[in-house]
Design a protein around this ligand. Structure first.
Ligand code: EZ4
Ligand code: CO
Length: 414
């Protein structure tokens, strides 16, 4: 038996907030798990510290499946992003430990290497076409072979996915949706939204991008859960001439049935799931083949054990993966994605936003990005360590994701 001797929650904010679980065995082997829930971080930190860590001490660190079931079924109150992020962090840490005992990079325990590396897509954006083209060129220069395109909308001041400023550190455009208030009292930023303006403008932008960059480049777009099924169907149809890799999150995440109408109306590939927590959120979507890509994140969908089940279930229906990889997934969570990406047969694509240099000083990762492909590296375990001294330098600062309102003030999906 490889007993868990200690577990600790580390909250750190190197440019943005991260919650990490550090589990240590009686032999002193350490595993890390990402528990970051953007904008609601401390709820998971307390859930772990008060309700989960006491259950871990003395358990066999090797029993990833039983520990997952114990925490999921044992809570009685199932699912939800807080619970599932906490379970995810434990699960990642235990897989990290298992691979460290085996002295293997984790992907070797998940099926080995099925491809050279994971095709990554980056986030290009611009308030107008000129800025967008610059951003696409910068991503091509960085080696990206697939690009998400988000654009400003005439008449709207600030739009989801459009970077506000240039950061000048690798990614060039700084994009972090959760914001902090200068006054110290963090309240969510309120954005204004107009779906009709969006639906009119987006196809013109894709036409311009195709004219400038050609037919070959894989292009993606994120609708961020803002459309009704009819609106989403309309957008999917109007984007068909531009041959998207996928249209993401076109309708609200709770409503699996909504995708049935969208699917019946358009051949634009559909992806959804970054806000999903379990395989049950995908059940209808997968069995009725209403989507092409599952977008869950290892951090919010119960860790490696559960994300692999989602991917395997999807594979039976010919559906591929496209795991959620914004900067609010820490280098620990992103490493977990990459080990799965390398091993899973039905891997599709991996979202990748480079973390800031500040973040990468706290989290030392063996991840590499070369020629458009991500690789988790050959270090044992997840391949990530946390520098506790660096982490302590960056104390938690509250930040919220924005809220969205229609032009008349009605609250809308952000
Ligand atoms: O808005 O991770 O596809 N990526 C996304 C992200 C999410 C953020 C929320 O924390 O939709 O940018
Ligand atoms: Co998204």
């Amino acid at each position: 038996m490889t007993a868990i001797a200690a577990a600790e929650v580390i909250v750190t904010s190197p440019g943005r907030n991260f919650v990490t679980l550090k589990v240590t065995t009686a032999d002193g082997v350490v595993g890390l798990g990402d528990a970051t829930l953007n904008g609601r971080e401390l709820a998971v930190a307390v859930y772990l510290a008060d309700h989960v860590i006491p259950l871990l001490i003395g358990r066999d660190a090797m029993n990833t499946e039983d520990t997952w079931q114990y925490l999921y079924r044992g809570a009685y109150w199932r699912r939800g992003p807080v619970t599932m992020a906490a379970i995810a962090a434990v699960d990642m840490a235990l897989w990290d430990i298992k691979a460290r005992y085996a002295e293997l990079p984790l992907y070797q325990l998940l099926g080995g290497q099925s491809r050279k590396g994971a095709l990554a897509y980056g986030h290009a954006s611009g308030a107008d076409t000129e800025q967008l083209f610059d951003s696409i060129r910068e991503h091509l220069d960085l080696g990206y072979k697939a690009i998400r395109v988000q654009t400003g909308i005439p008449g709207l001041d600030s739009v989801y996915g459009v970077a506000a400023s240039k950061a000048g550190d690798g990614e060039r455009y700084d994009y972090e949706p959760a914001r902090r208030s200068a006054s110290g009292r963090a309240l969510p930023v309120e954005e204004a939204w107009d779906t009709r303006a969006y639906l009119r403008h987006v196809p013109t932008v894709f036409e311009a991008v195709r004219n400038e960059f050609g037919a070959e480049l894989p292009l993606l777009h994120d609708g961020h859960h803002r459309m009704t099924p009819r609106e989403a169907a309309h957008l999917g149809k109007s984007l068909e001439p531009y041959d998207l890799f996928w249209l993401e999150d076109c309708t609200p995440g709770e409503d699996q049935d909504a995708l049935r109408y969208v699917r019946s109306q358009t051949t634009t590939p559909l992806a959804i799931g970054e806000v999903f927590n379990t395989v049950y959120d995908f059940q209808t979507l997968i069995t009725e083949r209403l989507i092409d890509y599952v977008r869950a994140a290892v951090t919010h969908a119960g860790g490696i054990t559960h994300l692999k089940k989602i991917a395997d279930f999807a594979s039976i229906y010919g559906i591929k993966t496209g795991f959620h990889g914004p900067t609010d997934v820490s280098p620990v969570g992103q490493a977990a994605h990459l080990h799965l990406d390398l091993a899973l047969h039905n891997f599709g694509i991996q979202e990748y936003m480079r973390h800031s240099d500040e973040t990468l000083e706290v989290f030392r990762t063996s991840l590499t990005f070369e020629d458009g492909l991500l690789h988790p590296g050959e270090q044992i375990g997840l391949g990530v360590t946390i520098d506790a001294d660096e982490a302590r330098k960056h104390s938690y600062e509250p930040a919220y994701l924005p809220v969205n309102r229609l032009l008349d003030g009605t609250a809308h999906d952000w």
